[in-house]
Write a protein that binds this ligand. Structure first.
Ligand SMILES: CC(=O)N[C@H]1[C@@H](OP(=O)(O)OP(=O)(O)OC[C@H]2O[C@@H](n3ccc(=O)[nH]c3=O)[C@H](O)[C@@H]2O)O[C@H](CO)[C@@H](O)[C@@H]1O
Length: 357
């Protein structure tokens, strides 16, 4: 039996592509194990799939000053030792990483143990964790064609991003019941990334009196970000995070307002959901979401409004316009060339695992 170790974590975007690979890997008979941090979101997500999970010590790698910069290197070194021990014990044929800080010691340990490692970069430009991992990986998968120029030519493969199969077969009626929606009004779905966004939550909630006249609003607002004052607002349903019910929620959505995390936007494209993207500002990140969003805007898939330009009048106007012109966006998305990402990545994993033998 072939064995694979998956890794990646920190935010859901570094885990859900791994989840998307699970059914095919199981079909091919892989014995699947997961290495993540002690208590990151990856632990909760992976445990729902009954995959053996090993927590290691993990620290954040920052480019800016923080007192934790002095303690985190020790955590990463400890994590590296733990990853080496785990890989010695598990002896996987191949390692696959979806990135995030916790994956770096795992990839370094794989190199040390001479286990082939394949990594995936979802964003247009590689993040710091993947930059450190690239020299130690045998292949680097990417989501956007624009990324190829940032990667070593002998390692780069354009695969797209694996999307959970079940997202494509949601049930609108089940979604309606789950949200307690009763009217036939169209549904706006709001997703502020896997951890929610205070900024988007606030502006959307301020618009509810206007929006609820014509729409129902399904809001995935992030952990700890529910607002109890809207508990009994008819036509508004808020949830911290959606797990298996996400498919039915997507089926329900006529229009989506979202951050521009790479996975979320690829899901919107695959599902042909007209969308307004509000990328995470360059002040709060390395600006990767702005690049993701601009790429989608350029291809006619999305309306993009940067945080600094956004206010409630602009958002309301954009929602109304997009709803009117939604077919134009649906048609553009329908013409996009969808890569069979799961199959391409699994084939790379098979090749790497067989080489090791
Ligand atoms: C703040 C931050 O660091 N953001 C980064 C992070 O975003 P983030 O983790 O938000 O990533 P994405 O938007 O790419 O993915 C979120 C994933 O979570 C899922 N989901 C979300 C909400 C929910 O209730 N249920 C659920 O299952 C989405 O369907 C999607 O699969 O990783 C992305 C991919 O590297 C980057 O592009 C983002 O810039």
């Amino acid at each position: 039996m072939k064995r694979i170790v998956l890794t990646g974590g920190g935010t859901a975007g570094h885990v859900t592509p791994n989840l998307a690979l699970l059914p095919r890997l199981k079909e091919l008979g892989y014995d699947i194990h997961y290495i993540g941090s002690y208590n990151g979101i990856e632990k909760k997500l992976i445990e729902q799939y009954s995959i053996p999970y090993y927590g290691i010590s993990s620290g954040k790698l920052r480019r800016y000053f923080d007192w934790k910069n002095f303690s985190d290197p020790f955590k990463v070194i400890k994590g590296y030792g733990q990853a080496r021990t785990l890989l010695k014990k598990l002896k996987p044929d191949v390692v696959f990483s979806k990135g995030g800080f916790v994956s770096v010691p795992v990839i370094l340990a794989a190199k040390h143990r001479k286990i082939p490692a394949i990594i995936h970069e979802s964003d247009i430009t590689p993040g710091l964790a993947n930059k450190l991992a690239i020299p130690n990986a045998c292949k680097v998968c990417c989501n956007f064609p624009e990324t190829l120029k940032y990667l070593p030519a002998d390692k780069a493969v354009l695969t797209g991003s694996p999307i959970r199969e079940e997202l494509l077969s949601g049930n609108r009626l089940k979604g309606l019941t789950y949200c307690g929606f009763q009217s036939e009004k169209p549904v706006i779905m709001v997703i502020g990334g896997s951890t929610g966004s205070q900024f988007i939550n606030k502006i959307v909630r301020s618009l509810l009196p206007d929006l609820l006249k014509d729409f129902q609003v399904l809001h995935l607002c992030g952990k700890g970000k529910l607002d109890s004052s809207f508990e009994h607002t008819k036509g508004y349903a808020q949830f911290e995070y959606a797990n298996k019910e996400l498919s039915d929620m997507f089926a329900l959505a006529d229009l989506v307002i979202s951050r521009a995390g790479a996975n979320a936007i690829c899901e919107l494209l695959a599902l042909r959901k007209p969308n307004i993207l509000i990328p995470l500002s360059a002040n709060a990140s390395r600006g990767d979401q702005i690049l993701n969003a601009r790429s989608f805007e350029g291809q006619g898939y999305s309306v993009v409004i940067e945080e600094e330009q956004l206010n409630s009048v602009i958002l309301l106007d954009a929602i109304k316009k997009l709803f009117q012109n939604r077919n134009q966006y649906i048609n553009a998305m329908a013409k996009s060339e969808q890569l069979n990402s799961v199959e391409t990545i699994v084939q790379l994993l098979e090749q790497a695992a067989n080489q090791k033998k």
